[in-house]
Design a protein around this ligand. Sequence first.
Ligand code: F6R
Length: 366
Amino acid sequence: EKGGYDHFMLKEIYEQPSVIKDTYRGRLLSNKGIIQMAGIEDNLEKFLNAERIIIVACGTSWHAGLVAEYIFEEFARIPVEVEYASEFRYRNPIINKKDIVVAISQSGETADTLAAIKLAKENGAFVFGVCNVVGSSISRETDAGAYTHAGPEIGVASTKAFTTQITVLTLIALRLAKAKGTMSNSDYHRYLLELEMIPDKVAEALETNDIAKEIAGIYKDSPNCLYLGRGYNFPVALEGALKLKEISYIHAEGYPAAEMKHGPIALIDESMPVVVIAPKMGHYDKVVSNIQEIKSRSGKIIAVVTKGDTQVRELADHVIEIPETSDALSPLLTTIPLQLLSYHIAVMRGCNVDQPRNLAKSVTVE
Ligand code: F6R
């Protein structure tokens, strides 16, 4: 049932090209230039009139929410807030009738997310769910929703759920951008085509497995690791760090690269590996100067770069190349080598990859 893979996590990492495709199949019709999702079409007016979107989630799903914040604001120009469900529910939050609450959950059973939804409904907000498990509590409790089609995720560390959540949220943002006229027609059509190329590019990104394994062998005994990214890839830095800590028990932290100089830079010395997400699009030059700052303090640099990159290659100790895509879609690719890196480090450390200590697949208690 692991399909020839040693662990469910690895199987699920490798399923990503096909489950991303499953997630947009029937929804993204690039030849007609349309995106159709029943949960959105049926409630389009609500979305178009929304004054704010509040995303609630936990863990990896919260990271997908952060990526969505950047995408929604850029594409559809709707203000977005991303909240840990556990904080939101206990804060007496300000929720208005014109707010849409989007709950993201793989399992659909996370207690804090469920409680946040109930609170939002009591306050009159429209609640939209992005769940993977069909018929789950969150999918039933929400007013409408869109499923990710990731299939069962068995490994406790979430992988394919994350990329399919980002896929669904990108589709929604594009649909709203078209309806609101906040994106040019040419950009809109370009994104539809680029999204259709993502599964093949994820498959190509999976070819980084050997280099990820090699790098894992070098750093598997490090007690700490930093992950840095900017813009769309800041949440990917958080997710990369979470993946490493939860399955390998190495202390890891993700930061927006520019926050380094406000504290974490003090940690950097020759024994600190720093994973930097530095694709060519986006804030490339800024990330390059962050890499220089790390290098001048002798930190070890593992950089995720766009294929053909030369500038970062000169500075970094290791580079992992991924295919080119637009900045907004890059998290779907940059995430892949980070999943593989964590996986190999955990295996080499003899950890129980699919069932890490102290963790449960769905957290049904607060
Ligand atoms: C991380 C992980 C957890 C979950 C979190 C939310 O790999 O698995 O952080 O992402 O418990 O779970 P769901 O998405 O089921 O609500």
